[in-house]
Design a binder for this molecule. Sequence first.
Ligand SMILES: Cc1cc2nc3c(=O)[nH]c(=O)nc-3n(C[C@H](O)[C@H](O)[C@H](O)COP(=O)(O)OP(=O)(O)OC[C@H]3O[C@@H](n4cnc5c(N)ncnc54)[C@H](O)[C@@H]3O)c2cc1C
Length: 506
Amino acid sequence: METPTKVRSHYDVIVIGGGPAGSASAMLLAERGLSVLLLEKDQFPRYHVGESLTGTAGDFIARAGLTEKMAELDFPAKPGVKVVGREGAEFFVPVLRPTWQVRRADFDHLLLQLAISKGVEHVQGAAKTVLTEAGRVVGITVATANREDGDAQAVRAAFVVDASGQSVFMSRQELAGPRRVAAFNRQIALYSQFSGVASDVGETHNSTVIFYRDTYHWSWLIPVSSEIVSIGIVLPTASYKLRGGTSKAAMAWGLEHMHPELTQRTASATQVEAMHVSRNYSYRVDPFVGPGWLCVGDSHCFTDPIFSFGASFALTEAQAAADAIVAAIANPAAEPDLLAGYATYCNRGQGRAADLIRYFWKFPAFFAYMTKGQHGGDLIRLLAGDCFTPEPLAATIEMKKSLEDSPVLHRIPEGRGRDIAARIYERFDFFQGVDAAFLDLSEGVMIYFILAEDDIDLYDSLRDFEEQLVSDFGRDTLAVLSFTPDIIEAMPPLDNAYTIVDRRRK
Ligand SMILES: Cc1cc2nc3c(=O)[nH]c(=O)nc-3n(C[C@H](O)[C@H](O)[C@H](O)COP(=O)(O)OP(=O)(O)OC[C@H]3O[C@@H](n4cnc5c(N)ncnc54)[C@H](O)[C@@H]3O)c2cc1C
């Protein structure tokens, strides 16, 4: 690793975090003649999740002149994404432009080294606090390992970029808005790298493979070198305990049950990296720009890893951030408009991606169909990471309409209650500790649960379940109510309710 330089007292720009968002922002700013300090708390190379890139990241890599390096580092060229559903349903989405699967330890190190080669001053150290004057950010305090007095040092800058990823530094400093959980929260992902995984053959060789089992039950398989494959198992937090309650047990459950192809391809696999866990990772921070600062990448938004947008979005946003900062430093009076424009740009891209993901979870079969239909071109573009384009995309408009229409529960009053009860049952059949459940449509949509026990985790699961139903069916009037055997007499009479399940009779 490069010997970190000493921190000076002033820079044009300070960038916090050396992931893709930070290194890309820093290098683009240095290329435009600004003095840039890049602070990274960890020693690189270091493991990081996020190994599958989209076409937009491929564009960045080509522009940065790194194409040859990608082959030298044995990063597989990625032909596309294969989604394999239950009962053999399968579709393949090709990448639009050349791109790669990467080991983030090496990829992030490569980007950091490139930034340093462009004149960025990299220091291993952590941003501690923000310095403000008259409501404007004017610098930060920094703790570096090589300071003998151990005190944080004040460093000033015309502009500060938060690229601290899931640490959401500016949000924690209460400059950016609070970290609010988003619709895809309460999932848990377990992941590691393996050797000895059987590879795909033919046009899908080296593709990302997504094995889809049920809503929020899925896994990924990403070849990250000619020998090593990244595997992740994703579950709703509510069902993690039922799948063993430890990362090892849940990974073993996933490899065995997620999909027969995954089981078969990993039959002789050996784990070669530690097991890593991410939970509750779906969030947004708003506002994420302000006088003298802005956030890039995960430091303001992360939605859901299913379509591998994270690192690519970080690189795309870094380019827009660098443009806004260069222009704001040249013309301080224009800063508010430039930052507002940057925020709109990011919100458009992140919003389109969130709609795409919501649509996939809600209508997986239609999603597959759409990739082949009249909106196929748009969908392939979106999956290539082109979510930030200013022109409207017909596929996005169509998907938004379907999401807002929420047809399923709207049909209940016409006598589809029994169907809906069956669908609801499918959704919670993995809960343990539910004795009975009823669907009552006399006033709004009420789902009553009789619980076998007073278990806090079960209440958490029911809350998740309620959120899921509200978002799936688009009905705010929907309520999930639960009763334990000791307070069952408090339950209203459910004379016209549909029985979803009643295990007490058995
Ligand atoms: C389960 C899961 C699977 C994913 N799969 C994919 C995928 O396949 N493809 C994909 O593109 N993305 C994926 N992602 C998302 C991807 O990991 C992120 O979106 C991406 O890394 C964001 O880049 P970033 O630069 O914003 O943040 P990061 O890459 O997290 O970088 C932030 C850096 O800031 C440093 N830092 C934090 N605080 C400080 C501080 N105070 N001072 C100094 N340094 C600091 C950290 O050490 C870190 O190196 C996945 C995410 C999850 C949770």
